[in-house]
Design a protein around this ligand. Structure first.
Ligand code: PRT
Ligand code: ZN
Length: 226
């Protein structure tokens, strides 16, 4: 059983944000014993428990108040917020800090042979993505009627497979797009990792005091790297 008085922090179990998030927690003085298979890791020097989950679950865990803090990519956070708003689920959270890792952009990309003169060229087309809410918001803002086709993986092969005309996916170096004959056209969202907190009213004084001690240490660690 986990102790309700301990600060609960959600981190990605294994993926692009895991190592940097754990390294940051260690750098601010939290001693952790992480066993690979286990969902929970207890700190040995502070009243803190880590919950190690898929990144997709982290926004909901924070917004439902199951955990107090979470490390999450802003792309995933914004997508889940829009999804929860659409189904009237709680979607409140506080961004404590934008962090210095996990940088990427969510971009529209099209096959190199396609004529593209701006997002209007996607009118009545299908666009494969893992981020349908962010993509549909962008289409709406730009007055374009196009269809977001949800794929949780292999988005970059969708045009070649005849599943979609274009894609909207995360890009960092651009190598994946290039390898798949796709050209990046419009950036629709810029993202970094962020540290988020559940809605403030729900935190007891001891947890709030602990958070207030930890956050300046994060600033210190980030400044030292600059
Ligand atoms: O298993 P779990 O659900 O937890 O992990 P996941 O597979 O959903 O996520 P993961 O670990 O791949 O990414 C976690 C977060 O890292 C993302 O939500 C982003 O906030 C951030 N991030 C930063 C990235 C990238 N850079 C990135 N390049 N996430 C994914 N990519 C992928 C992209 O989808 C594409 O397939 O990398 C490929 C493109 O990279 P380049 O360098 O070829 O452009
Ligand atoms: Zn995920």
């Amino acid at each position: 059983m986990s102790d309700k008085n301990r600060l609960r922090i959600a981190v990605q179990k294994s993926g692009r944000l895991s190592d940097d998030s754990i390294a940051l927690l260690k750098a601010i003085g939290i001693k952790l014993q992480i066993r690979d298979r286990l969902l929970i890791a207890h700190s040995t020097n502070m009243p803190i428990d880590l919950l190690r989950v898929r990144d997709d679950d982290i926004p909901g865990l924070v917004m439902d108040g199951v955990v107090d803090l979470g490390f999450i990519g802003e792309n995933e956070l914004e997508e889940k917020m829009l999804e929860r708003q659409a189904s009237s689920k709680p979607s409140n959270f506080i961004t404590l800090r934008r962090l210095d890792y996990g940088g990427c952009r969510l971009s529209l990309a099209v096959p190199s042979e396609m004529d593209y003169e701006g997002v209007a060229s996607l009118q009545n087309k299908k666009v494969a993505t893992t981020y349908p809410y962010l993509l549909e918001r962008f289409f709406k803002e730009n007055g374009v009627n196009a269809k977001a086709v949800m794929l949780t993986g292999s988005v970059e092969v969708a045009p070649r497979a005849g599943v979609a005309d274009a894609i909207c996916d995360l890009v960092s170096t651009g190598a994946t797009l290039e390898a798949n004959g796709l050209v990046e056209k419009d950036v629709i969202f810029k993202s970094k990792a962020a540290l988020i907190q559940r809605a403030d009213g729900e935190l007891d004084d001891e947890k709030r005091a602990l958070i207030n001690r930890l956050v300046p240490r994060i600033d210190g660690v980030m400044q030292a790297k600059e």
